[in-house]
Design a protein. Sequence first.
Length: 507
Amino acid sequence: MYLLKALLIIQLLLGTSCREQPENDLASSGIDHAGSKKELLEFDRENGFAHDIQLTEIELRIEKELSSLRANFLKVNGGQAFFNKPFQKVIQTVEESRLFRLIQNMPKGGLLHCHSGGITDISWLITQARNLPECFVFTLKGHTDFVYGQLAIFNQGEQPKGFIQLDEKFETDKNFENELFGLLTLQEPAQNTDIDIWEEFEKRFLRISRLVAYRPFFKAYYERAFLDLIEDNIYHVEIRFILEELYDLDTSYPIEITLKDLEEVTTNIQKEFPEFSLSIIYTSFKFFDVNTIDEQLKTAYDLKKKYPDLISGFDLVAEEARGNSISYFDKSWAKMEAFTEQYGFELPLLLHAGESRSTGNENLYDAILLNTKRIGHGLNLSYYPSLTKKVVQENILVELSPLSNKILGYVPDLGNHPARVLMSRGVQCSISSDDPSVFGYKGLSYDFFMAYIAWELNLKEIKKLVFNSIEHANLTNNRKKSAMQNLTEAWDEFVSEFAIELEDKDF
Ligand SMILES: [Zn+2]
């Protein structure tokens, strides 16, 4: 038994990477607490969120290579200072690195946290919008009804004052295409700025909302998003969806059509990529009143009844510092039990909570006591030991979105992201990208890359983050089983290909 334990300790010491002390330090330090230190290190490793992952010999070799690529990358690019730079300033450096290309090739499972209107490449959107003769852009500033750069659809001649046909605007103002890109994406402001980042953030969604709700454009928008995810090796996506009526130049359509269209887009994608799946989390706003949320909950139950596999849960969004708290809607939450009985199924909550650095923000208490299935962000969870314990015990997943947290100013230095505390205390996490198109990128590779270098992750932890995204996905049992099988196969293939690359390199 003792021998087994000793072997395990040696294996653990050999199997981890840059965070640990070199063995020699412990053996030759001559200090008398070396044994206790070993025990404490072992305790921490055994309680981390990825403790159950065992790496194979090949994976250990890959980990070594990744670690060395990371060390070189940081050496060449300013070390820790790299994390403090605005993301847009480092994106090209990231893209040019071998480490990033490897992360792009890595299967990433599912994207569990993103938002409608925030996932499709903005350069693609601008090109497509330009090809629509009916697409106009608002060109006045300081107007009460529209914002500068807002896109909308009109019959020629019926557009309100201030709107110019988009292609015409591009033809007459050669700088406008670049300007529009800046108006539709959010640049991370320098620190200590007085820019209201959430106001700017919300304007990005507003500027494209009429275009995305235009039914002939809507399907193409989501088809592009799903294909881009697949290209980034992501085969499941869950979208916090603000379900709105679609329209065309003749009429508007009920929100059921929105779901029908999404289902159709997914079915078409599945013809080529049968393992791809979509799940919709019905989402409303924290700044609404209780009556409105009551109605929206009922609508969500109605829709889930008609689309049981597509609609997977309910959430509320908006800036936590300004929107209503979760407990503000207690009367609405209290009605869910009766709804569940009436409809004969549950509508799980998947709440955004703790997207805040405030110790006075109690949303996490309420979200967890309301049995949220997962937590969106959970940045201030580490302030609350009781909740952290509960989250571990109840296996609630925290959906981390590192770049979103940095760009929106919650964690300006990614090296100090609270995720590191949570993961070390055994909280299960996954990686998401929240609103990648608004932040000027697509997919999940950028978030994985930044997390990998800023949080000093090892391959066990990366693997756990990836597999958690399917383990905690809203999928039926059968679908989850096959998604897990596909992911395992894709991971093994990634490892084999990487190993061949390493062998070639060694020769
Ligand atoms: Zn979010």
